[in-house]
Each structure stands twice: as C-alpha cells, then as structure tokens.
Design a protein around this ligand. Structure first.
Ligand code: NAI
Ligand code: MG
Length: 491
C-alpha cells in the first residue's frame, strides 16, 4: 500500500478511509494538491461527495453503536491512543517532510507541529481512565450520580495551516472520550490526515472509529455538517464558514465548537526588553508566514519606544528571505495557495491605499529567482490606525500593522477594539501591569513576554467572534462528552 510523494515515503494511498478500508470516491473524482513553494502538483487525491460522506458517517455510526470502541476498557483505549502518539513520533521526519510539501511551511516548523501532535495523543490517552462522574448529595433517600458519556459521531473539519496538528487537537480528545470520528482535512492539505488514518489502523483502532474524507468544504464539509447522524461538529477555520456551520447545524441541533479567526494585539510597553519584544513581534507575525489564527497581526507600541522597535523589526524582516522549505535553515515559507496569495496581496494594496506607511516588504516574493509558487515578502506597515481595514480584518499572511499608543488605558482600548478575541501578548517588566493587562484584554490566551507557546494541557480558544469552546487541556473533555444524571431510590 506504500506510496510516496516527492521522495517522502508514505503508508496511506490517496483514497478515502472509510470503515477501515481505503476506497475511491463513489464517482471516481479526484482533486490535486500542490507544493506551495513552486505550485507543482504533488498528488491527485480522492474527492469525496455527499455519497462518500454518507458512507463515512454510516461507518462511524456503526462503529459507535456496535460498541467496539465505547465498550473497550478505558485502559485499552488509552493504550491505542498512546500507540498513535508513539507512531506519530517514530515517523516524525517523514510526516514533517510531507507537511512541508503539502503546506509549504519550513521544515523546522513542521517538526514542531508533529511533536505537538504526538503530545496531544499522549495527553488525551491519559484522560481515558480519568473520565469520571460525581456522586451528589441530593435531598431524599436516593443515590444520585453522574455518568460522563461520549456524544457519538464527531465530524471534525480542519484548516490547512497546521494540518496534522489541528487533526490531532480534535481526533485525540474525541477518541479519548470514546466517540467515533469523521475527519475532513482542508482541500489544500489532505495528505497528513490520510497518514493519521493509517497510523490509527496500525495502532489498533477498530474499523470505523476514525474515518477520513478528503474533499472540498462546500461539498464534503457541508454534507458532514448537515448529516443527521453526526452528533457534533468540531471546526477550525474562517469566521465566515464558522457562521455558516452554526446556521446549518441548527437544522439538526448538533453540538458545535468553533475555533475561528483572530486579529491579536501584541502590546509593547516602554519598560519591556526591546530586543526580546522585537524577537517576539517578529515570530508573532512571521511564524508560519502569518497563517496562524493567533498571529500577532496588530503590534501596539508605546510611543516613546515606537521608532526604535520599528527599526529593529524592519531590519529583521528585510533579512528574512525565501528558501527551500525542506532546508532546515529556512525560516519562512510561501503561503498555502494562489487564493491566499491573492487575498494577502489585496490586503497589502488596501494598506497602501488607505494611507499606512510601508516600512518593509509590500509585494510578491520571487523564489529561486522566479515568480512562482505563493511567496509574499515579510511586510510591515506603520502609522496604521484602528479604523484601517488592515487593522480590523484577519489577513492571514506575513503582514504586520504597527500602531502607537500613549498609556495603559489607551493600549487596552485599542487592543479590545476588534470583533475577535483569540490571543494577545504583553511585553513589560512591570509585574503588576502584566497581571492587570492579562485581566483587561478580552482574549482566550494571554502571553506575557513571550509569543505563541501552546501546550496540549492548557485550554485554547476564543472570546467574542473568535469562536467558542475550549480545545486542549481538561476543557476539551466538555466538547466531546455529555453528562447523564442517574437517580436510584434507596427507600
Ligand atoms: P475555510 O474556513 O474555508 O476552510 C477551513 C475548513 O473548512 C476547510 O476544511 C474547508 O474545506 C472547510 N469548509 C469550507 N467551507 C465549508 C462549508 N461551507 N461547510 C463545511 N466546511 C467548510 O478557510 P479558507 O477559505 O481556507 O481560508 C480563508 C480565510 O480563513 C483565511 O484567509 C483566514 O483568514 C481564515 N482561516 C482561519 C484559520 C484559523 O486557524 N482560524 C484557518 C484557515 C483559514
Ligand atoms: Mg474557504
């Protein structure tokens, strides 16, 4: 069954994984996935339509109802998830290279993704044996206790920016809570999800417990959202599609959790270590070429240090050059697709025309001397005001909007002036200010004197229009279980 893509060995074929079998799409349709650095085609992958989604949901339903997973001893479920973590880790290099080819991110970043994906499986393996209820001292001669039960079939729809990692953040807790899953990866990056299906099978998941349908959002994704036999949709992606999913899910009242966009403020006070703050602001916006829901895309700098910080940043940005994403020394990759390239270039144009001052980048970047693939220069705009479109909308590319502020009050006002609330960072050496700001910023994650760290054990999710529900940590258990109250008359 082994295949390969551009020299990377694979265990999965480019087919759908349904009920433990690799199958073609019902109509035989396929779509192409490309390497974003060059735009060259990597593979043609099965394109699931509604009939394939029906088959995958039926397989997941059967696997759930027949109980091969939910009635397995929790300790044995844990062993299988733990084995998945081991297999992901054992294949770290080839999975990282596959992710680089499909997504375009630099190898160094892909390796971090794979390590964190393994972490998620190991963390949730541990929870299998700890999902317990309460005994509750109610009135009367009764025993009242709760059972924490799975929801049933979970539909997981994930984006292309961290393909295997986003799959793991959903699949690991969903399976730990004894649900079965239909996973739909993004059409731009289908390959690592197929490998995850192969890894699950090798680790001993019973057939139908994890199904993978590759295909388009408007077709396969939408069919999953509408399906009456799907009990829950876990989604990460754009706020626009999150809105559509909520609306569609209302028909069948399925449970929904949404991790959506962001426009995260990165706030530098004059008492910060400026060298550290520059480093943090740089990785805050340029990590994964800015294609992070948590990207620090609004840099708020206290006026007295504004010019000094801007200069440091612009200097670093100008040095950041395209390189082969498979080269471990490369620090920035291309955007994922032509569509993203055009979106981001459109925002850069918008920034120019609304009067922001360009201090670095500002255009498409060449790769190996040619304009090919989907490369954008690391771009920095200064003199941005909160009213500018580039200060309000998620750009999802290497484009930073820099704004000055006067004092703490001013910083809080500007930082919270957004419909989003995913993350924020604060750079200061004042301990009291750090804690005050952490309380006053409306966002699900606050970093102080750092940017980007996440951990399988710590809850992650959005305030406001960045979504709801918390992934990771113990909080995610609430997304994949429901509580039953049991009353036993003892009189
Ligand atoms: P998207 O939201 O369309 O795609 C995310 C996932 O949703 C993919 O698997 C896609 O196939 C699926 N999908 C799309 N339409 C669907 C529908 N009607 N029903 C069910 N599933 C559907 O994001 P897209 O178009 O790739 O990127 C557009 C923008 O979205 C980006 O520029 C960025 O601003 C934002 N975005 C945010 C992400 C985040 O991590 N919060 C991740 C990806 C995109
Ligand atoms: Mg879309």
């Amino acid at each position: 069954m082994a295949t390969e893509v551009a020299g990377v060995e694979r265990r999965a074929p480019n087919r759908l994984f349904i009920g433990g079998e690799w199958v073609d799409a019902a109509g035989g349709a396929t779509f192409e996935t490309v390497h974003p650095a060059t735009g060259e085609t990597l593979a043609a992958v099965a394109e699931a339509g509604p009939a394939d989604v029906d088959a995958a949901v039926a397989a997941a339903r059967r696997a759930f109802d027949e109980g091969a997973w939910v009635r397995l001893d929790a300790a044995d479920r844990a062993r299988i998830l733990w084995r998945m973590a081991d297999l992901v880790e054992a294949r770290r290099e080839e999975l990282a290279r596959l992710e680089v080819l499909d997504n375009g991110k630099p190898l160094r970043e892909a390796q971090i993704d794979i390590t964190q994906a393994a972490d998620a499986f190991r963390y949730y393996a541990g929870w299998c044996t700890k999902l317990q209820g309460d005994t509750i001292p109610v009135r009367g001669n009764v025993l009242n206790y709760t059972l924490r039960e799975p929801l049933g079939v979970v539909g997981a729809i994930i984006p292309w920016n961290f393909p295997l990692l986003m799959a793991s953040w959903k699949v690991a807790p969903a399976l730990a809570c004894a649900n079965t899953v239909v996973l739909k990866p993004a059409e731009q990056t289908p390959l690592s999800a197929l490998e995850l299906a192969a890894i699950g099978a090798e680790a001993g998941l019973p057939p139908g417990v994890l199904n993978v349908v590759t295909g388009y959002g408007e077709v396969a994704g939408a069919a999953l959202v509408r399906h009456p036999d799907v009990d829950k949709i876990a989604f990460t992606g754009s706020t626009a599609v999150g809105r559509t999913i909520m609306r569609e899910a209302a028909e069948t009242l399925k449970k929904v959790s949404l991790e959506l966009g962001g426009k995260s403020p990165n706030i530098v006070f004059e008492d910060a270590d400026l060298e550290e703050a520059a480093r943090g602001a740089f990785s805050g916006i340029f990590y994964n070429a800015g294609q992070c829901c948590t990207a620090g895309s609004r840099l708020l700098v206290q006026r007295s240090v504004h010019d000094a910080l801007l200069e440091k940043l612009a200097e670093r940005a100008r040095k950041l050059q395209p390189g082969d994403p498979l080269d471990p020394k490369t620090r920035i990759g291309p955007l994922v697709s032509r569509e993203q390239l055009e979106r981001v270039l459109g925002y850069i144009e918008q920034g120019r025309s609304e009067g922001a001052r360009l201090v670095a980048g500002g255009g498409q970047a060449a790769y190996a001397g040619e304009l090919r693939g989907y490369w954008v220069e690391p771009t920095i705009f200064a003199d941005v005001t909160p009213a500018h479109v580039i200060a309000r909308e998620e750009i999802f590319g290497p484009v930073l909007a820099v704004m000055p502020f006067d004092d703490e009050e001013d910083a809080v006002r500007i930082a919270n002036e957004t419909v989003y609330g995913l993350a924020a960072a604060i750079w200061t050496s004042n301990l009291k200010r750090a804690h005050r700001m952490a309380r006053r910023i409306h966002a699900g994650t606050i970093w102080v004197n750092t940017y980007h760290p996440l951990d399988a054990a710590s809850p992650f999710g959005g305030y406001k229009q960045s979504g709801y529900g918390r992934e990771l940590g113990a909080s995610a258990l609430d997304l994949y279980t429901q509580i039953k109250s049991v009353w036993i008359d003892l009189s």
